[in-house]
Write a protein that binds this ligand. Sequence first.
Ligand SMILES: [Zn+2]
Length: 180
Amino acid sequence: MEKREWEPITGAKLAGFGFGFGLFLLLVLRSEPGFVFLLDHANLLFHEAGHPLVGLFSSRLEPYGGTLGQLVFPCALAVSFWRRGHPLAVAGAAIWFFENWLNIARYMADARRLELPLVGGGEHDWNTIFSRWQVLQYDTHIAAVVRLAGWIGIAAVCAWVAWRAWQDRQRAAARANPAL
Ligand SMILES: [Zn+2]
C-alpha cells in the first residue's frame, strides 16, 4: 500500500499546521457547542444538498441524506489528498470530517427537544431517524458518544501528523548522517 511518496512534513509546515489547528480549536471552543462559525455554515450547505440527492434514490433514506452529505465532502477531499500524498491536507480534511461529528451530535441531542431552527423547515432528521430506530429516548446519550468519537478522531489525526513529522525528522537525520 505504501507506494506513494508522501510529502515530508518540515518543521515550518508543522508549525503552520499547529498554528492553524490552534485557531481551529479556539474557534470551536468559543463557538456555541456544535456550531462553529463559517465551518458549520458550509457543513449546512452540504447537509441541505444531501437530502434531495439521496431523495432521488430513495425517499425512505432521505432523512439520512443530510448527515451523509456533510460527511461525504470532507471524506472525498481527504481521500484525494491522500492519493496525492499531502499529509497536512489530509489532516485538515480529516479534522473537518470529525468536526462534522460535533455538529451532527448537536442535532442528534435535539431529537426530543426539537429546539434547533431547521433550515429546511421540514422534518427534524434525528427525530425521524431515532423514532424509526426506536431509540429516541437515548438521543442525548447517542449524541454524547458521537461527540466523543469526533474529538477522539480529531486527536487521532493530530497524533498521526506528529508521528509522520517525527518519522520525517528521523529520515532527514539519517540522510544527513548516514553513519548513524
Ligand atoms: Zn437535514
